[in-house]
Structures are given as C-alpha cells and as structure tokens.
Design a binder for this molecule. Structure first.
Ligand code: NAI
Length: 336
C-alpha cells in the first residue's frame, strides 16, 4: 500500500498539462503516493450534474490533502466559482501565497521574499448579490470577528513559526470603517499575543504603490479575500509572473495546494504552460505531508533547470514545452 493517498484534481484549461508535469517530477523522487483523481466544475457538471460533487469533497476530507489545477469560472453569468465553493465546503480559511523570486529567473525584484495570507471564506466573496430594482445591484461584504481573528492569528503564528519579523494588515478602513475597521481591530487585538513580531498596517491603495516601489519593506501580509486575490497577482508580477506563484489553502479539515494563476484558456492545449507555480505548490505539499527530502530534491532539480537556462518556458522568454521542462527536472532528480 502506498504511504500517502492524495486527492488530485487536474482542473480545466492548462490544468491537466501542468498537473501531469508536476505528478511526473514528484514520482521521480520515488515517494509513495496513490493519487485519487477527482473532477470539479464543468467536467463534474456533465458527469454528476453538480459542479462541486460530494465525492471530491469527501475524498479531500478523507485524505486531508489535495493537489489541484485551476478551475474555470464563467464571467458575469453561469455557475458560481468552484474554487470559492470548495474553500467554503472544507473551511479552507487561510490562503497562503509565498512570493519569492527564483534564482536565475529574471524579474524586477530578485531578492523579494514575502508571504501573503489571504482570508478565504468571506468578504465580497460571500456571493451575496441581489438586484434591488432593475439597474441597481447590491453586493454584500461580510466581515466577521471570528474569521478576521482566525486569519490574523494564522498570519502571526505563521510569522512566528517561520522566523519572520513583521505582519502587515492591508485594508481600506478609512472608507469601509465598519467592515475593514473590524478586521483591523481584530488584527491589533491578535498582535498583542505576539509581542516579538512587529505589527503594522497599510491602506490597500498605498500598499499597492509601495509594493511596486519598495516591496522589500514587507514580510508577512494579511488581508481579506478580494484584496488578497488582487495583491497576490500584483506580487506574482514582481517575481516574474503568474507562472511562478504557488499557493496553499489551509483549514482544519484539510489542505489544498494550487497555483495562484487560473486556467489560462488563451494557451490551453498547446503544451506551453509553465508548470513551475504548481510544482512549487507541490513542494510545499510534500513538506506538509512530512516528505521533506523529496521536497528538497524537487526544489534542487527545479532550481538546477533554471540555472542551466536551457529549458525555459515561453512566458519567461524561452521556447521549452511544458513536458520538456518537466523532463529536464525529472532527469536531474533521477541523476542526483
Ligand atoms: P489566468 O491566470 O488563467 O491567466 C492570466 C494570464 O497569465 C494569461 O495570459 C495566461 O496565459 C497567463 N498564465 C497563467 N498561468 C500561466 C502559466 N502557468 N504559464 C504561462 N502563462 C500563464 O487568469 P484569467 O485569464 O483571468 O482566468 C482564466 C480562468 O481561470 C477564469 O475562468 C478564472 O475564473 C480561472 N481562475 C481560476 C483560479 C483557480 O482555480 N485557483 C485562479 C484564478 C483564475
């Protein structure tokens, strides 16, 4: 029997291409994993008549860990986001997105190393929208003391456990005095429990400018759902693009590891997607399940391939295909 069972959700668009590449490099380490394949979204709608089948949720609850490709969400109409639904169904309240440049990858901030902790269950993603009268729509932003305290505590604990020095709350409490005001209040209440870690806050608009001009001032950043979504794409741009930004959704019931980027329909099926972000997420997943040595081996091989500079995908200025890039990493792992 394999040592680990992990739920694998290949996803839509470039998802199947990048998950196949990622599974290939993980398997090269020899770590014993049985993958339990599951589908969500449009694929599940066709097979099960629902975009969020119980089978997939139960699989993650049982295995406690999943590796997931991106899921497509229709814009403006159609079904509600499967990602949001999954995070809610499993109460994956902390979305942790490290922003760290990879050695050898050209980018604006090669020394950048910060972590975004995004609240994953409420804010404007509560999906509570309604038409008041034709031409007038209300969208409700829900901020609770419970979820705000929980995510802020997660951010400070993360900082403490990872040797980080500062946590910055990002908000718009000057305008949304009640909702973001409550978030900020919870942040400073939690901060008192962690006297060894500096706590400060920034208003979201200024924060975006500061991130572009002087990102090195940030360490761990905590924010509500929508700000976290936007700021993490901004930060991906600072380190070379969406192809390089990994993430993890963590909760009491399980952990789902996925890239920050989406299904990239513009390049899907062409075999040119960069699987690095999902591979970096998988490295974190291996650490999460206690396979530190395998994680280190994948990481060393990945960095080695970037250092060689021969197999670089198109988004980073190279010509390598997804599977050529994965093969180069696989060969390095096997040769090590
Ligand atoms: P996107 O992240 O899919 O793509 C934005 C741009 O970055 C595109 O030009 C794309 O080609 C490029 N890109 C993204 N990942 C790449 C990679 N690995 N390698 C090379 N280039 C890459 O964002 P977009 O277009 O806004 O969303 C497309 C779909 O993805 C939507 O249906 C959206 O709802 C969904 N989405 C899903 C997410 C998830 O499952 N966690 C997260 C974000 C979006």
């Amino acid at each position: 029997m394999a040592k680990h069972t992990i739920t694998l959700i290949p996803g839509d668009g470039i998802g199947p291409e990048i998950t196949a590449a990622t599974v290939r490099v993980i398997e090269a380490t020899g770590v014993e994993i049985r993958w339990e394949n599951q589908i969500l979204g449009v694929q599940a709608q066709e097979k099960f008549g629902t975009t969020l089948p119980e089978e997939a949720i139960e699989s993650i609850k049982r295995n406690k860990v999943a590796l997931k490709g991106p899921q497509m969400t229709p814009v403006g109409k159609g079904f509600t986001s499967v990602n949001v639904g999954l995070r809610r169904a499993l109460d994956l309240y902390a979305n942790v997105r490290p922003v760290k440049a990879l050695p050898g990858v050209p980018c604006r901030y090669p020394d950048l190393d910060l972590v975004i902790v995004r609240e994953n269950t409420e804010g404007l993603y509560s999906g509570l929208e309604h038409v008041v009268v034709p031409g007038v729509v209300e969208s409700l932003k829900v901020i609770t003391e419970k979820a705000s305290t929980r995510i802020c505590r997660y951010a400070f604990e993360f900082a403490r456990d990872n040797g980080r020095k500062k946590v910055t709350a990002v908000h718009k409490a000057n305008i949304m005095k009640a909702s973001d005001g409550l978030f900020l209040e919870c942040f400073y209440t939690v901060a008192k429990e962690f006297p060894g870690i500096e706590a400060d806050d920034k208003i979201i608009d200024n924060c975006c400018m500061q991130l572009v001009m002087r990102p090195e001032q940030f360490d761990v950043m905590v924010m509500e759902n929508l700000y976290g979504d936007i700021v993490s794409d901004l930060c991906a741009g600072l380190i070379g693009g969406l192809g390089l930004a990994p993430g993890a959704n963590i909760g009491e019931l399980g952990a789902v590891f996925e890239a920050v980027h989406g299904s990239a329909p513009d390049i899907a099926g062409q075999g040119i997607a960069n699987p690095t972000a999902l591979m970096l997420s998988a490295i974190e997943m291996l650490r999460h399940i206690g396979e530190r040595e395998a994680a280190d081996r994948v990481q060393a091989a990945l960095l080695g391939v970037f250092a060689d500079g021969k197999w670089i995908t198109r988004d980073l200025g190279g010509t390598a295909k997804t599977n050529e890039f994965a093969r180069a990493i696989e060969e390095k792992i096997r040769a090590a």
